[in-house]
Design a protein around this ligand. Structure first.
Ligand code: UDP
Length: 364
């Protein structure tokens, strides 16, 4: 075989894998169906503003090894994610913390906030939360749920909050201190120079072919590598033969505005159901940009259909069960290994992707 590994997909998982294997003397070929590298962390430079083309990415981790790892490829700025939630004409701080609660109820102490939440959920009788709604209610009570969670979540996932898994809402911190940092992680920031540059550096000296799907590549070239690392959708790989896994897709309406500052924050969530988009990203604020113009993206969430870009796996019981079926097929493969958010059908953050890729490398 001409290569040790054919890596399908040049996103973070594929790039880390190829980089590490090259270091170990292995020959990799990376292919990607898009015309650019980087998968969904790809950013486009528009007159000095880096536009997160496939949705905002903020790097955060508590894993020191992963932090040191990514810092080989970029320095990180001091950006701390602190989204604003807009419900009608009311503005709240996220994640749910004392700033949110004091604005919501006109109170000032953690004791008062906890008392209100406890009173709101006392009658609901939730013991072990079985779904996202019960989880959210039991954590923050009915007011915060109604104003800041229900509408947003149903827009983002296109499903009733009672049909969604509880773990989704547990991604967000809940604090009874005045702290608007969206993440609890020890390390956080945006890479100076951008995400695309990181992937470029990882792929230095590695052969990359763009604009080619796995299927078309194999039809034309046959098998060229001992093993395949496949980071696309696992159900698509198997031609959906066990059924179609559900994903959410996202569409962005991006606009350049001739003003310095549109919304005063990188991320503003629109939490009521009636506004059709979930959030507006103002890209320059990730890097403290001072350009005289700005670029914003309205984010619309939709159910994934064949041909759309898959973004979020819908990890409810039905889909997880179907995925288990595909995983059983995957385990029988001697040459193909699946990785990344789509290959593993997991709501991975970037640090978890790196962790998984490094783990795979060491297991091989
Ligand atoms: N969420 C919410 N209101 C918000 C922000 C988030 O209810 O204003 C919920 C929603 O269910 C969402 C989940 O929290 O799917 C996780 O949000 P996160 O910001 O982690 O989503 P991502 O950045 O991955 O799109």
């Amino acid at each position: 075989m001409k290569y040790d590994y054919l890596v399908v997909g040049s996103g973070l998982f594929g790039a880390v894998f190829a980089h590490e294997m090259k270091k170990r003397g292995k020959k990799c070929l990376v292919i990607d169906k898009r015309e650019h590298i980087g998968g969904n962390i790809y950013c486009e430079d528009v007159d000095g503003i880096r536009v997160h083309k496939y949705g905002a990415h903020i790097f955060h981790t508590s894993n020191r090894q992963v932090w040191d790892y990514i810092n080989q490829f970029a320095e990180f700025n001091h950006y701390v994610n602190s989204p604003i939630a807009k419900y009608r004409d009311e503005l709240y701080n996220l994640p749910f913390n004392m700033n949110t609660f004091s604005k919501m109820w006109g109170i000032s102490t953690p004791g008062e906030a906890q008392e209100i939440i406890a009173a709101q959920i006392a009658d609901l009788g939730i013991r072990e939360p079985q779904n996202l709604e019960e989880q959210a209610l039991s954590l923050v009570g009915t007011d915060v749920y109604q104003k800041l969670i229900k509408g947003y979540t149903e827009k983002q996932w296109g499903r009733d909050c009672r049909e969604l898994p509880a773990f989704i809402i547990k991604r967000l911190p809940l604090r009874f201190i005045y702290d608007n940092n969206y993440f609890n992680d020890r390390y956080q920031g945006i890479p100076v120079g951008g995400y695309t540059r990181i992937i470029e550096k990882m792929l230095e000296g590695i052969e990359v072919r763009l604009g080619v799907t796995y299927r078309a590549f194999v039809e034309k070239n046959g098998e060229v590598a001992d093993r395949v690392i496949y980071t696309g959708m696992i159900d698509e790989y198997y031609d959906y033969k066990l059924g179609v896994l559900e994903y959410r897709s996202v569409r962005f309406e991006t606009e350049r505005l001739e003003m310095e500052n549109y919304q005063g924050n990188a991320v503003v969530n629109y939490t009521e159901r009636e506004v059709p988009y979930t959030r507006i990203i103002e890209h320059k604020h990730f890097e403290f940009g001072r350009q005289p113009f700005t670029i914003i993206s309205r984010e619309y969430s939709s159910e994934w259909r064949k041909g759309d870009e898959p973004y979020y796996p819908v990890n409810n019981d039905k889909n997880n069960e179907l995925f288990e079926g595909y995983r059983n097929l995957a385990e029988k493969e001697s040459r193909v290994i699946f990785g990344g958010r789509l290959g593993n059908y997991k709501y991975y953050d970037m640090d978890k992707v790196i962790e998984a890729a490094l783990q795979l490398v060491s297991s091989l």
